[in-house]
Design a protein around this ligand. Structure first.
Ligand code: F6P
Length: 559
């Protein structure tokens, strides 16, 4: 195992600290003094136009950050990841989500641990596509011979957040007459609401679980199976014999997992299961068979375009020098904000309603990846890691939390994302509503960068007493990302961009961004506590006083 390089001991880190102590953020001054700033700090990443110029950096800052990437071995580790080395050290696994989107026939073929990864990926993709085509064409039917109208994806974490985000983002590409619903929470209300109004004869469940051992997903899958049997019976198609039940599951349930033995144990025919591999992390899996629900909804062609979008960014990150490598620069900017300017959070603000689940998706991607306190060799981290990612689509957020971003005491770097051509170019009289929408994007990034001085406020005739309240400091950093339209390819590019940003930050911090031990304890305790919740006195007694009191209160409140 290569030991992580402690970023804080590098000369770049020392120089960044010294640089930070003498740097006064002055976006107004920097733009005024340098007419080329916007152009110089704007980059092309496949179809994305990425403007970094409103960040709190000078050329010197960026040069030092790039040196930090060099001194912490970002490029080497990236190549190690792409080659399939076991950089997921604590699980001793390769990290190869980038292999999921390599084009068919890529040369030389990627062989890892003796496995022809390219061949395996293409074979599984072909299975997913063939199945998607069957469902879309109506060739795949339920027990009564009716075609599928609704797909219900049952999964959680990476087996939910990716598919639901992509489905929502690409709604204009969804085949008419098909709908996908997503059940994730073990709160029974989730399943109950999602199956409401569904016809069992036209419903297909996809149980998506990498491990096929996740409590929430397996519980919901059992509930869904019971719902199917009950509803079929209610509709006059009794599933009261083993044979009928098995037939119903065979036609109405498929699975996606790396654990095909467990799929079979649940009663789903492994012939109706799509696999992937332990080298695909859950939060990096939407472009694997985990995206089957999406492939059905938008079709193989559009799904292929999504994968091509991912791949275009993979190519960029793998071949572009660090100083103009967009995911590297954006990862380094995040390091700058977290470690040198004290930012605790990072907002992602899509000005595209279809991207409304993107911030939630990024929360798992970034926070499950980089929310760590030890490095990949088990030693403590030497600096802050893992900022909190959050956000909502604009302009909704403007009327909720932007006040704090503009005038609060916290530094909140924010990424603004928009597309030029909306799926619905509606007019309000003579006004192009999408243009009006984007005017807000441009206004917000401008206001955050340049603010409003007391003199400017006074010049508007403002009463002196309220001038301070109306001053905007400016120097609130933003990155602006624009694309022509929210196509499958552009969406793939956006996802891959953030995957690689997350990777870069992880390398600088020396952490394994691909394990997630932090979610284990709660899962284990929930299983231990379950008997107490069911009324087992000894189990209740074994709890700490607060937990015992909470469970007792719950038991008393329960009808
Ligand atoms: O508990 C966290 C987690 O392991 C995620 O990393 C993963 O995406 C999610 O649970 C779901 O896991 P699975 O796909 O195995 O059901």
């Amino acid at each position: 195992m290569t030991s992580p390089i402690d970023a804080t001991t590098t000369s770049a880190w020392q120089d960044l600290s010294a640089h930070e102590s003498t740097l006064t953020a002055d976006l107004r001054g920097w733009f005024a003094a340098d007419p080329q700033r916007a152009q110089r700090l704007t980059f092309r990443l496949a179809d994305l136009h990425v403007d970094l110029s409103k960040n709190l950096v000078t050329d010197e800052t960026l040069a030092l950050l790039v040196r930090l990437a060099e001194e912490t071995g970002v490029a080497d580790r990236l190549q190690a990841m792409l080659r399939g080395e076991h950089i997921n050290v604590t699980e001793d696994r390769a990290v190869l989500h980038t292999a999921l989107r390599r084009p068919a026939g890529a040369t030389p073929p990627l062989v890892v641990d003796g496995q022809d990864v390219d061949a395996d990926v293409q074979a599984e993709l072909a299975k997913v596509y063939a199945f998607a085509d069957k469902v879309r064409s109506g060739q795949w039917t339920g027990v009564t011979g009716a075609p599928v109208k609704t797909v219900v994806n049952i999964g959680i974490g990476g087996s939910d957040l990716g598919p639901v985000m992509v489905y929502e983002a690409l709604k204009p590409y969804v085949q008419e007459g098909l709908e996908v619903r997503f059940v994730s929470n073990i709160d029974p209300s989730d399943l109950a609401e999602k199956v409401k109004g569904l016809d069992p004869t036209t419903t297909l469940f996809i149980v998506a679980s990498k491990t096929f051992g996740t409590l929430e997903t397996l519980t919901n899958a059992r509930l869904a199976r019971q719902w199917l049997w009950d509803q079929l019976a209610a509709a006059g198609h009794p599933a009261d014999t083993d044979e009928a039940r098995t037939a119903a599951v065979a036609q109405h349930f498929v699975a996606v997992s790396t654990a095909l033995d467990k799929v079979a144990a649940f009663g789903i025919d492994p012939a109706n299961a799509f696999g992937f591999w332990d080298w695909v992390g859950g939060r990096y899996s939407v472009d694997s068979a985990i995206g089957t629900s999406v492939a059905i909804a938008i079709g193989p062609e559009a799904f292929g375009e999504l994968l091509a979008g991912f791949h275009a960014v993979d190519e960029h990150v793998a071949t572009t020098p660090l100083a103009s490598n967009v995911p590297v620069l954006m990862g380094l900017l995040n390091v700058w904000y977290v470690n040198f300017l004290g930012a605790h959070t990072h907002a992602v603000l899509p000005y595209a309603q279809y991207l409304h689940r993107f911030p939630a998706y990024l929360q798992q991607l970034t926070m499950e990846s980089n929310g760590k306190s030890v490095r990949w060799d088990g030693t403590p981290v030497t600096t802050a890691t893992g900022e909190v990612f959050w956000g909502e689509p604009g302009t909704n957020g403007q009327h909720a939390f932007y006040q704090l971003i503009h005038q609060g005491t916290r530094l909140i770097p924010a990424d603004f994302i928009a597309v030029a051509n909306p799926a619905h170019p509606l007019q309000d009289g003579d006004a192009d509503v999408h243009g009006l929408f984007l005017a807000n994007f441009f206004a917000q990034t401008k206001a955050l960068a340049f603010g409003k001085t007391a003199d400017e406020v006074r010049a508007e005739g403002t009463d002196e007493a309220i001038v301070p309240a109306r001053v905007f400091s400016g120097n609130r950093p933003t990155t602006s990302i624009l694309a022509s339209a929210l196509t499958p390819s552009v969406l793939g590019q956006l996802i891959a961009l953030y995957e690689h940003i997350t990777f870069v930050q992880g390398v600088v911090w020396g952490i394994d961004s691909f394990d997630q031990w932090g979610v284990e304890l709660g899962k284990k305790l929930a299983l231990e506590i379950a008997p107490a919740v069911e009324g087992d006195a000894a189990a209740l007694d074994a709890q700490d006083p607060s937990t015992k009191s909470l469970i007792s209160t719950y038991l008393a409140l329960r009808d």
